[in-house]
Design a protein around this ligand. Sequence first.
Ligand code: URA
Length: 297
Amino acid sequence: MTPHIGLMTSPADAQHDLIAYLDFHAESGVDAALDERPHDRFGEADAPAPRRAAPQAAPQAALQPARPALPPRGEAPPPARPSPQRTFGQSASAKPDEAASDARARARAAGTLAELEAILRDFDACPLRFTAKNLVFADGNPAARVMFVGEAPGADEDRVGKPFMGRSGQLLDRMMKAIGLDRTEAYVANIVPWRPPGNRNPTPQEVSVCKPFIERQIELVDPDLVVCLGSPSTQTLTGTKDGILKARGRFFPYRLPNREVRALATLHPAYLLRQPVQKRLAWRDFRLVRAALDGKA
Ligand code: URA
């Protein structure tokens, strides 16, 4: 889609078209400008930037895409504000493995979910926190017997500060409803709690630095069943190298401090939105979730 901003359009029409064009991209999740040449994001920031306050926005207001102010026609746009981003290497943990061991120590120190969330808010060794608007910690009932774990927040989740708020979240809610669950009886989180810019996949380094936190979160929730949504969640939490089409529908042992429970791999709702024919497989898996909660699988 290209905005029709030409000599024949009035300034008001051109402005309207440009806003519609930007809205279209924001709604599609395209909210980061990518260059044609690669950038070394890990090495480029020199000056330490101020820490983000990361306030949790009110859901309704937050769901409205931020509308960029347009300069009057013919005027140059204002210079870009200096980025508040920092990268790996600027935090106390200079290297990814140091960042991961720092993460492990901090996660272990959390005795409650509230403490874990506060520790994560303060944790600055994952570069994603500097590009995300909000920490996306969890939604649902922390006392639930079942915990669903996705990959990473998208644009809607980042705006609202809660996981699975967009189209995949709506599908997840419908799938849960089909087996008699809703978010009052389930707890929902992601292996990475900050949105990767432009909805790219989290890198292995980002996953490994965030992993101790989701593992501690699972320990603190202490569910009977962990449902891994998609391949990154399944591979990160179960250690399997199998692809999701092989791993789905399988129970894996999952070790908690005081007991062993199970993790079930299934397809990610975003994948099901792209491949609706695969919903039949997800339906089989969700029936296994029900059976496991009923003590029948
Ligand atoms: N996809 C995920 O994996 N998690 C979310 O929270 C939203 C979309």
